[in-house]
Design a protein around this ligand. Structure first.
Ligand code: C2E
Ligand code: MG
Ligand code: MG
Length: 453
């Protein structure tokens, strides 16, 4: 088998005889169907190889193998795999390694090969495989293969290179299959960001350690310059003091991890308690995601009772954030009406962007519209934005909702809002989000700073 020979050659040629023992171990780790090295053997051989040599790495995945298995049967799928393995072994040069690293995933390690040269090898593999016909249960058939390509420097991290190649492979699939895509800086950046994202395990530990908390940001009346409310903004403060913003983790709460992360964030109770006090006459706004509204609603289920426990509904605002589609408009409307009947006010967040638009204003009972920052930041320079806000103010009178402008960062923006008659605002210029404890301990000024007012 060519690939086994070349694997052996790779070791004796490039790393010397001292790795022969390890190589033999690796060779035992061989795929019975194709005769190629399996993942564990490949990783050992490859890791030893990159100690002395720069390498190009190609990662291949056969397009639509699953459908072949389903339609033509596993035996036909196996024939395709063997056909591909043979092509890969035949292009594998002396010193290179070809391996089956997963069900329909293969890798080719090419020492001392530029990305350009490796791309040519990858393309020839694609072409040859697309032309290869095999006999299936129902007649001749052929399939294609996609590949991702990257390079590992001498002493480079192989795992890292393989996951880069995997990203490039995904791009090849998305780009229409039957092609080779080389990793690029955009993919590298995306991967870097993904690596910095917290894992599900981090999040679970964070919840157990009560690391989730709320910052609050003041909201002022522009008519009286008085404090009228705060918005509670969730934060994850890790044990080393890093403050993670909702964009880094909120999707984990709202999307795929239902059932895994189902413990409520205790800190919400603290905020609730803080603003339900009899001496507090300001409202506290909580953001609720659309997924919350997608939960089936029956009159007063236990979780809703729990949600409302301890809150003073008359001083509570729920902001519908525009994180996604609301699946069942009627159910969501029922839920919002139920909450309003308790005295809770409903705000439409980030108005003017994404799903937060006129349709939502028509579909749902809304007490407050929060004008998105993208409008606020262009008010003084863009007459169209001003016209839209003007129209919103007329609408607010007609439909009876209030307006809060978000993200006010400059005196000009504030003045433009005042000129347009927008009644309430929040933003870094008026007050930063700060930890609840800090907020509670503040000098209890309830009017805008004099330089702002
Ligand atoms: P949002 O509800 O529109 O909250 C306003 C965001 O704008 C906050 O970001 C706030 O820190 C930021 N902000 C306030 N003033 C300014 C300003 O002058 N300039 C700029 N550039 N930004 C300003 P944050 O806290 O990162 O929250 C982002 C989003 O995450 C929120 O947008 C909301 O959609 C979501 N979110 C926050 N807390 C929660 C929560 O407890 N539950 C849910 N479901 N979503 C939350
Ligand atoms: Mg909000
Ligand atoms: Mg907003």
């Amino acid at each position: 088998m060519r690939s086994l020979r070349t694997a052996r050659a790779a070791l004796s040629d490039s790393t010397g005889g001292h790795l022969i023992a390890q190589q033999n171990d690796a060779l035992l780790d061989r795929d019975v169907l194709t005769g190629l090295m399996q993942r564990t053997g490949f990783m050992k051989v490859a890791a030893d190889g990159v100690r002395t040599d720069a390498m190009a790495v190609l990662l291949f995945d056969i397009d639509g193998l699953k459908s072949v298995n389903n339609i033509y049967g596993l035996a036909t799928g196996d024939k395709l795999l063997v056909e591909f393995a043979n092509i890969l072994a035949s292009v594998c040069p002396e010193g290179g390694v070809a391996a089956r690293v997963g069900g329909d995933a293969f890798s080719l390690l090419l020492p001392q090969t530029s990305l350009h040269e490796a791309e040519a090898v990858g393309k020839s593999v694609c072409e040859r495989f697309a032309e290869a016909e095999i006999m299936g249960r129902l007649g001749q058939l052929n399939r294609t293969v996609s590949g991702g390509l990257t390079q590992v420097a001498v002493q480079g991290a192989l795992e890292n290179a393989l996951s880069e190649a995997e990203m490039a492979l995904s791009a090849a699939k998305e780009g229409g299959r039957n092609r080779i895509v080389t990793v690029d800086p955009v993919m590298r950046n995306r991967r870097k960001r993904a690596l910095q994202e917290p894992t599900l395990e981090d999040m679970r530990k964070g919840i157990e350690a009560d690391e989730f908390t709320y910052f609050v940001q003041p909201i002022y009346s522009l008519e009286t310059n008085k404090l009228v409310g705060v918005e509670a903004l969730i934060r994850w403060v890790t044990d080393d003091g890093t403050v993670r913003l909702p964009r880094e983790f909120m999707h984990m709460f709202t999307r795929q991890y239902k059932g895994i992360i189902n413990r409520p964030v205790n800190a919400a109770n603290e905020v609730v308690a803080s603003f339900a006090r009899p001496d507090s006459d300001i409202f506290c706004a909580f953001n609720i995601s659309s997924s919350f509204l997608n939960r089936s609603f029956e009159p007063s289920p236990r979780w809703l009772d729990q949600l409302l426990m301890g809150i003073n509904p008359k001083r509570t605002v729920f902001e519908i954030v525009e994180s996604g589609q609301i699946e069942n408009t009627t159910a969501a409307r029922n839920m919002l009406n139920f909450l309003r009947a308790q005295g809770v006010r409903i705000a439409l967040d980030d108005f003017g962007t994404g799903h937060s638009n006129l349709a939502r204003l028509v579909d749902f009972p809304v007490d407050i519209v929060k004008l998105d920052r993208t409008f606020v930041s262009q008010l003084s320079s863009n007459t169209r934005h001003r016209a839209v806000v003007n129209a919103l103010m007329s609408l607010s009178e007609e439909l009876g909702f209030e307006v809060i402008a978000e993200g006010v960062e400059t005196p000009d923006e504030l003045q433009a809002l005042r000129d347009l008659g927008v009644p309430m605002a929040q933003g870094y210029y008026l007050g930063l989000p700060q930890p609840l404890q800090e907020w509670n301990a503040r000098d209890k000024a309830v009017v805008l700073r004099t330089d702002v007012a």
